[in-house]
Design a protein around this ligand. Structure first.
Ligand code: SAM
Length: 385
């Protein structure tokens, strides 16, 4: 039995060993794009401890953070997808993993023709604290007694504020491959808050991780082998999605879910899933007389701001919701109805987003609208009837 406060040390030791020599028990086979693996040295590919491939959801030019980047495989694949205009930052807390990743980065850069990957040392639940900066400061001011221990705590806080490892609102996409489950339970909430903090408004998280189909019992949580082996720290399938919701994300969806479990322990199934979640629903609501119509196929939907909409009906929405719906992951599910006369944003009145209201077509067109027209060419340039 190991005590819960030692979980992180055990994880660090296990992955320090896994950086030096391939650990088969930590591997969950993943199908990566073979073309993108060609420039990546063998030792990086061999020491792959992922359970999915979040890089396939990235786009050219994006700035990406990979949480728990290990020997750097996802970073090196992602680097080729975002290209020279994009940037990849891998974060890991284990020196041995960082050593392999950093040693291989120039080799990959030479083969691709551009250097857009860097690796930083930090804990993913505390993405403001640069552990190498802290290391340097502590060498100059070692902890000798209780007073210097408390001073070190203050120093860490100062570093978070003045020299954050990852700045707030600075990242387009946060990816991670099989790491979030390794973060100790008391820090899980903070972990999701940190992912939210570093993303730009409009940014997204694409996270592959192991989830369980049932709650993991206490005795399994206290098994160091199962914990560090990406098993017993897993959140449940619905708990994983709820964690994103609680941190303020919207448009959360399962992009991939393995039908077969990776492992089953005491009847509990553990399988990889890939989740996407967006940042950007926070902000003020203004009335610009816009409306949306949910296209179906479900009879009704409920979004992350509690707007409940029935299929086919025209709903009043604020300018913020209107613009969120016009983008992924919502756009394809809605029709958009602009008012006949635009309301300028700087003249728009506040909109009460706490209730869902239908919007009468007369509100869209104006109460006095009584135009009669001839037939329009509405059917792909042909006649309507
Ligand atoms: C299962 S491996 C996954 C590595 C990599 N993502 C891959 O696909 O091969 C977990 C990695 O996360 C790192 N890690 C675990 N907990 C961490 C934490 N709290 N903060 C930073 N890194 C962590 C470990 O050092 C290890 O490199």
């Amino acid at each position: 039995m190991f005590e819960s406060h030692r979980k992180e040390t055990i994880v660090r030791k296990r992955y320090a060993a896994g950086a030096k020599e391939r650990a088969d028990k930590l591997c969950c086979p993943v199908d990566y794009d073979g073309d993108l693996l060609k420039v990546i040295p063998r030792e990086v590919i061999d020491r792959d401890y992922g359970c999915g491939d979040p890089s396939r959801y990235l786009r050219e030019g994006e700035v990406v953070v990979d949480l728990g980047s290990g020997t750097g495989k996802i970073c090196f694949i992602a680097a080729q997808i975002v290209g020279a205009k994009g940037k990849i930052i891998g974060v890991d807390m284990t020196d041995e993993m960082l050593e392999v990743a950093r040693r291989n980065a120039p080799i990959v850069a030479e083969r691709t023709g551009f250097a857009n990957v860097e690796f930083r040392k930090g804990r993913i639940q505390d993405l403001a604290l640069d552990l190498e900066l802290l290391d340097r400061q502590l060498k100059a001011h070692p902890i000798m007694d209780a007073a210097s221990f408390l001073a070190a705590d203050e120093l860490a806080e100062e570093l978070r504020l003045k020299h954050p490892l990852i700045a707030s609102d600075s990242i387009d996409v946060v990816v991670s491959n099989c790491v979030l489950n390794l973060v100790e339970p008391k820090s899980k909430r903070q972990l999701f808050d940190e992912i939210f903090r570093i993303l730009k408004k409009g940014g997204r998280a694409v996270i592959c991780d192991i989830v369980s189909d049932e709650e993991v019992p206490e005795e399994m949580r206290n098994d160091p082998e199962l914990w560090s082996g990406c098993i017993s720290g897993a959140l449940t399938e619905d708990g994983f999605l709820a964690a994103f919701e609680n941190a303020g994300f919207y448009g959360i969806q399962i992009l991939q879910r393995a039908t077969q479990p990776w492992r089953t322990v005491q009847g509990i199934e553990f399988r990889p899933v890939t989740i996407e979640a967006f940042k950007g629903k926070q902000g003020e609501c203004f009335e610009r007389n816009q409306a949306v119509i949910y296209r179906g196929p479900f009879k009704e939907v409920l979004d992350d701001d509690n707007h409940r909409m029935e299929r086919g009906k025209r709903y009043a929405v604020c300018d913020k919701t209107y613009n969120l719906y016009r983008k992924a992951p919502y756009a394809e599910h809605f029709e958009f109805v602009d008012p006949l006369v635009d309301v300028a944003l700087d003249e728009a009145k506040p909109f009460d987003c706490s209730r869902t209201a239908l919007r009468h077509p007369k509100e869209t067109k104006g109460q006095d609208y009584d135009v009669t027209t001839g037939a329009n060419k509405c059917c792909d340039g042909g006649s309507c009837c």
